[in-house]
Design a protein around this ligand. Structure first.
Ligand SMILES: C[S@@+](CC[C@H](N)C(=O)[O-])C[C@H]1O[C@@H](n2cnc3c(N)ncnc32)[C@H](O)[C@@H]1O
Length: 288
């Protein structure tokens, strides 16, 4: 049996990378800074991430974990239209900049990064590419969508997978998206239905149980309507997808348990900021 990767999970959120790596990896340490993420990760995985601002992470802290693999999904706002695309000038890029310094000084064997499409061609992308090349990594880049992995959910994301050892591109599974009905709760929550005024709101993305598509769920799905994800049209009206349904559409199986103190908005936010698990697992599969 090949030995398991020893992973540092930066920007851990609810631990999508931990789920995606599964038995391939031991998590040497996970880091996050937001209380809902820390509480949710602890609820799902039984271990609380290290609550640390990564912008000031000392090298000694990295070295003490003896990890061979870094995985990261840095904040995407610096590369999003809604975040003003300030790229490396955005204060939220400071943690990424610090990790790029550490990558130059103490490179691991493998690195995986996930980001939004706006990352491609950014200053952050150029910096990562330079650091990887200088440290002798091979790197592969993909833009992947869960719709090609059998899921009825759009979520195009950029993945960089890099290694100082052998690295070969993988063939895409090319699975067509399944109909939505298989992802719906057996008993629906009437509280999810929108009022009359809201259901006719222009720009609402509507799907039915027979659709094989939902729009990308973003962190604001719990409080926004237009541009935040899809809504389900049934005989009864129009409703939001439940947290469990959103989790299933992101490939969480079983659906994760959230701590009580994280409310509905917080749950949608964690999922909307997170990963599509089958896509991330396919990326992780490059490393053994
Ligand atoms: C895009 S989300 C990552 C989601 C994660 N991949 C998952 O599967 O849920 C980014 C995470 O980074 C955390 N974060 C943002 N800036 C940080 C910083 N400077 N130091 C530590 N964590 C940070 C946020 O709290 C958030 O949970």
């Amino acid at each position: 049996m090949t030995s398991r990767l020893r992973v540092l999970e930066f920007f851990a959120g609810m631990g999508g990378w931990r789920r995606a790596f599964g038995a391939r990896a031991v998590i040497a340490a996970a880091y996050d800074i937001s209380p809902p993420a820390l509480a949710t990760y602890a609820r799902i995985w039984g271990e609380r991430p290290i609550a640390r601002e990564l912008a000031t992470l000392p090298a000694s802290e990295i070295l003490r974990h003896g990890a061979d693999t870094w995985v990261m999904s840095p904040p995407c706002q610096p590369f999003c239209r809604m975040g003003n695309r300030q790229d490396l000038e955005d204060p939220r890029s400071r943690a990424f900049l610090r990790l790029m310094e550490l990558l130059g000084e103490h490179p691991p064997e493998h690195l995986v990064l996930e980001s939004v499409e706006g990352f491609l061609g950014s200053g952050a992308h150029a910096l990562l590419t330079d650091r990887l090349r200088e440290a002798g990594f091979r790197a592969l880049e993909y833009t992947l969508d869960p719709q090609d992995f059998g899921l009825p959910n759009q979520r195009p994301r950029v993945f960089v997978v890099a290694s100082r050892g052998p690295l070969a591109a993988r063939a895409l599974p090319g699975l067509p998206p399944a109909p939505l009905r298989g992802f719906l709760d057996p008993v629906e929550d009437p509280g999810l239905y929108l009022g009359e005024a809201m259901r006719h709101r222009p720009g609402l993305d509507l799907v039915t149980a027979d659709s094989a598509r939902t729009a990308c769920f973003i962190g604001g799905y719990g409080r926004r309507y237009v541009g935040s994800g899809s809504f389900l049209e049934t005989e009864r009206g129009v409703r939001r997808f439940s947290v469990a349904e959103a989790a299933r559409l992101l490939g969480w199986d079983p659906v994760p348990a959230f701590p009580e103190e994280v409310g509905l908005e917080g749950r949608y936010k964690l999922l909307g900021n997170g990963l599509s698990i089958p896509v991330a697992a396919w990326v992780a599969g490059h490393l053994g």
